[in-house]
Design a protein around this ligand. Sequence first.
Ligand code: FAD
Length: 380
Amino acid sequence: METRDIVLVGGGHAHVHVMRALAGELPPGWRVTLVSPGRLTPYSGMLPGFIAGIYSLDDAHIDLEWLADETGTRFRQARAAGIDRDKRLLITDDGEKLPYDLLSLDVGITPALDAIPGAAEHGIAVKPIGDFVRKYDALLAAALRADGPRRIAVVGGGAGGVELLLSLHGRLARMAKGAGLAPARFSFALVTSGKLLATHNGRVQDAFRRDLAGKGIALHEDARVTAIEADGLRLGEGAFVAADAVLVTTQARAPDWFAATGLALDEKGFLAVGPTLQSLNDARIFAAGDCAALVETPREKAGVYAVRAGPPLAHNLIAVAGGKAPQPWHPQKRHLALISTGEKYAVASRGAFKAEGGWLWRLKDWIDRRWMDRYRKAGR
Ligand SMILES: Cc1cc2nc3c(=O)[nH]c(=O)nc-3n(C[C@H](O)[C@H](O)[C@H](O)COP(=O)(O)OP(=O)(O)OC[C@H]3O[C@@H](n4cnc5c(N)ncnc54)[C@H](O)[C@@H]3O)c2cc1C
């Protein structure tokens, strides 16, 4: 029997579900391959808890090689670098050419530090999260050294930036205490070009303004960073925020290699897909998560939408492999966001709704662990 190939590129939030869902569901002769540069992929929902030191690396990551083995997926450790669409080959950075009948991309975003002068030299990119996790340990170790960074600034006032700063604040305060150092040795600043948590309601924004103020964290709203220098941030009006370490959560763009594929892209270079998650100009190619732009139903780039794209993507890959018509997906417009504060405490936000408490952190913990348990060895 002729072998037919589905190649999954990137072990992002949608593809971990696809690996599980495809197992045993494809017509005979189809095989599935995952191409990923790393064995571990982080789960964004547990990332703030990992940064805060509440979760271990294992808690917050999925072992893709194990999941591949478990689901009968071939695992190829490499980074995709191009697509030869005429010959239907995925090209990896080590020169391998993997044939595909159907291809699916869930590779996330790439940092765009060149958008702020000095950011590439002096800033630390937080996206993609997998790369940041590797830099994080070094940052923590340096912070505890006598000559290490003490003034920490985060650029970006979205949920990612706020959670990152509060998690880092909580972690360093606890580490300083453990090492017999005064927590006041560290200072923190959050700088955002618009309002804090601009896509959330005013009560959620105020809850976080209060939390930041209560922890002595400086907040600069409506402040555009014009340059990052060795000793701090220069703002639009000439103001300067002194900082030894600057974490940038704002700037991210589409992977460069998309441009040469000839696939339809949106104005920012992300893969333009229709409601079936198929490329607008190549029905054999699917995309989901941050790297895709749903042209009919645009949504923010958030892990929650990458997670939700998993089931419709899997459904459509199975349908097309079986010669059936794929189904359109209509992602929800709004979702309940549970934003953590660096301790076991969270604020819930949806439309005009706001609530907060330790119980919301426990709810988030339960949701996140339940999701992760589907993709990890039982009893780990
Ligand atoms: C600090 C921070 C906190 C956040 N918190 C939240 C949150 O609480 N809730 C939320 O919804 N969102 C959150 N986000 C956003 C969230 O991280 C992303 O939206 C989410 O990870 C996107 O998932 P994805 O599947 O598109 O890609 P990713 O999770 O980035 O996965 C992409 C995968 O593809 C791999 N890859 C990359 N390039 C290639 C290549 N060329 N070839 C093969 N593989 C490749 C990567 O190694 C990675 O494993 C946060 C982001 C940050 C920075």
